[in-house]
Design a protein around this ligand. Sequence first.
Ligand SMILES: Cc1cc2nc3c(=O)[nH]c(=O)nc-3n(C[C@H](O)[C@H](O)[C@H](O)COP(=O)(O)O)c2cc1C
Length: 510
Amino acid sequence: MENNFLKDQIPLLTPYQMGKFQLSHRIVLAPLTRQRSYNNVPQPHAVLYYSQRATKGGFLLSEATGVSDTAQGNMDKGTERGMETHCGRKFQPNGQDPISSTDKGLAPQVRSNGIDVSRFSTPRRLRTDEIPQIVNDFKLAARNAIEAGFDGVEIHGAHGYLIDQFFKDQVNDRTDHYGGSLENRTEVGQENDQIPLLTPYQMGKFQLSHRYPDTPGIWTKEQVEAWKPIVDAVHAKGAVFFCQIWHGGRVSNTVFQPNGQAPISCTDKGLAPQVRAAGVDVVRFSTPRRLRTDEIPQVVNDFKLAARNAIEAGFDGVEIHGAHGYLIDQFFKDQVNDRTDEYGGSLENRCRFALEITEAITTEIGAYRVGIRLSPFANYMECGDSNPKALGLYMAEALNKYEVLYCHMVEPRMRTVEEKSDCPHSLVPMRKAFKGTFIVAGGYDREDGNKAVAENRADLVAYGRHFLANPDLPKRFEINAPLNKYNRETFYLSDPVVGYTDYPFLEVIS
Ligand SMILES: Cc1cc2nc3c(=O)[nH]c(=O)nc-3n(C[C@H](O)[C@H](O)[C@H](O)COP(=O)(O)O)c2cc1C
């Protein structure tokens, strides 16, 4: 039976119905971070890159795309825009409500030209326990100002902005110790006065990690708009395009975090510095901050809003990045997750975060356009598990409950993202347990991929490095043409062409 399949046709080139998506072949573009989205905004050069790899009925996954400003933490331009207007949810990360001392909104204001009207979203009243975080934001901003070379900072406590909203009794209607008496209403300002503005500040050595600069995001309006022409170009070629949504968690550095905060994680255990493939460059990670239990719903919400934004950008669906040692995987794996609340300890507890995200997203956009990527066997980024098979099986079964479209699993032979080694484990038990489409990835070539489909070990096969270097990979597999070799040195170059859109097509070679 299998042999006949192989003899008569090329299994990878057979059509496949993935839910409502009719695919003409089974060769998927794996998610590939390319670090060419300057300031976290997708760039026009991505139009060519993705459309080069799109075919009619093909299935493409985007590179990992940040769900919030803490996902990778590279500063975006939102703060500059915010200074102009300070009005409305569209300037807030993930379209959240602006924060204030109160939840009383502002009336729309007609601008000085008499034509434009500024509208303000109803604010969200800060909880008492959130206020120290905002105080800290001011402190870190002051520290950053000194680092930038300023001689000092002036705290803006005037003109109706946040601090003034605490000062004035027309606005401040709080009943905690930040409202009521004059003393209470000035407390936020006083705490800020304690910032040691004029003390010298040693920023430390700045040979810090630049692990993920210029990865795209999908939490601002600007990012959503920037994705649109890229998605349109892929659709014009007839391909299906999902956005991989991601949060790096502790695989980050304060350099990439808003106001230089610590990256968030399920733990406060840090990662050891890593020497990059080139053997020269050392990547350093900052000690993470353990998320409080009551903060977790906010991160789940960030994923949900990112999924909504992906649909708004035109994507056909989203892939939740639950692999490779990033935030969701940090919750999964017992080497990392040392929590004692309901998100740590048992397998069920460690999977709770991922399943809450899955539930929030499937409810928001529909399970028929939600997939998830998992790498239970990998220990990339010091993120391993003592029982990866149980973890993979638990998730495969739990995902059935949400009827997600597909489960995308990384082969156990991939110890890290790129290293392939002999391994006794297999994904077959998870493939059997999961009822939807099963995608495999990791170290596949043409022969291996054909075998996986022919033997029914997978419905689809995702290709990373080969697809990166061969924009016409499906065509090459069809005629069994030789492949371009990938060049690791240019994977993460920020160049808009080199190592990105300049890998030749077959026609060019012949
Ligand atoms: C340059 C590069 C960037 C990658 N970026 C991502 C990513 O953004 N998200 C992800 O889930 N995996 C990422 N991966 C892993 C790939 O999707 C894939 O699993 C890995 O390359 C193994 O497959 P392959 O042997 O076909 O290359 C990346 C791999 C490479 C080489």
